[in-house]
Design a protein around this ligand. Structure first.
Ligand SMILES: NC(=O)c1ccc[n+]([C@@H]2O[C@H](COP(=O)([O-])OP(=O)(O)OC[C@H]3O[C@@H](n4cnc5c(N)ncnc54)[C@H](OP(=O)(O)O)[C@@H]3O)[C@@H](O)[C@H]2O)c1
Length: 243
């Protein structure tokens, strides 16, 4: 199993759970010091330095995995960034561009690179990572929400295009979870504790092998806001103007 965005937070947590369950796990990310520490603390886990914003880095990672782990059968495109943007400040454009490059082009380029290897296996899985904010936006992070909505849509098409192949497609849709994704997020009492999220997610993946969207209970509030007629109220809540 290869986890991009495996150096911290949800990616590292899930990687450790799957490694404990006996899977061969590779964690990938930019921060070399974290990769070194993970390998030192968890013998058996492999590490790979990868910047998903850099096509050359993705190509190099693919060559390394193809050589060292030709049996790779699970790709989890977890890498992502989340930053606030003030759309009236022209400076927001740099954040918008970096967010699209990492959160949207990153998974598209990574899947593009690894798909031939995954299709060559008898049974394989691609797991993408969207967000509850794909379904109702948090106005403080406009481009982040937009990339996650795009990942949801792209994943739906990927699943249809790969139907009948050996590659299954699953989408993780996390709610707010206490990680370092944004400053202060790890201490946000309204966000789900990381270990609780990992346990619920791991249990869904283990017990529902054909699941299309991994929805922990806490994300249903966002995921089904529109179909349940609550969209405007939830958007108002996320805008800080709850009625
Ligand atoms: N926590 C939440 O509330 C929440 C909710 C919904 C969805 N999600 C999604 O869950 C995923 C994981 O986030 P998290 O909450 O676990 O936050 P996190 O701890 O900040 O993890 C983000 C991971 O992405 C990696 N990453 C970022 N940019 C990268 C790049 N250019 N190349 C390679 N790796 C990169 C980071 O590693 P390096 O810095 O070492 O590169 C890190 O491992 C993200 O896609 C996020 O959007 C999180």
């Amino acid at each position: 199993m290869l986890f991009t965005g495996g150096t911290s937070g949800i990616g590292l947590g899930l990687a450790l759970r799957f490694a404990e369950a006996g899977n061969t796990v590779i964690v990938a990310g930019r921060r070399k010091e974290l990769l070194d520490r993970i390998v030192a603390e968890h013998p058996g886990i492999s590490a790979l330095q990868l910047d998903v914003a850099d096509p050359a880095s993705i190509a190099a990672a693919y060559e390394t995995v193809r050589r060292d782990h030709p049996q790779l059968d699970v790709l989890v495109t977890m890498a992502g960034i989340m930053q606030p943007e003030d759309l009236r400040d022209p400076g927001h454009l740099a954040v918008a561009e970096a967010t699209v490059t990492t959160n949207l082009l990153g998974p598209i380029r990574t899947v593009n690179a690894f798909l031939p290897l995954l299709l060559s296996q008898d049974d394989a899985t691609i797991a993408t990572v969207s967000s509850g904010l794909a379904f109702v936006p948090l106005p403080a992070t406009p481009t982040y929400n937009a990339t996650k909505a795009a990942i949801h849509s792209w994943t739906e098409s990927l699943r249809v295009q790969l139907a009948g192949s050996s590659v299954q497609v699953v989408e993780l849709v996390p709610p707010a979870v206490r990680t370092d994704l944004m400053p202060g997020h790890a201490d946000d009492e309204s966000a789900m504790p990381l270990e609780e999220y990992l346990t619920e997610t791991f249990n869904i993946l283990q017990s529902q092998p054909d699941v299309r969207e991994v929805l922990v209970d806490r994300v249903r509030f966002l995921r089904f806001a529109e179909v349940e007629g609550r969209y405007d109220d939830v958007l108002a809540l996320l805008s800080g103007r709850a009625s």
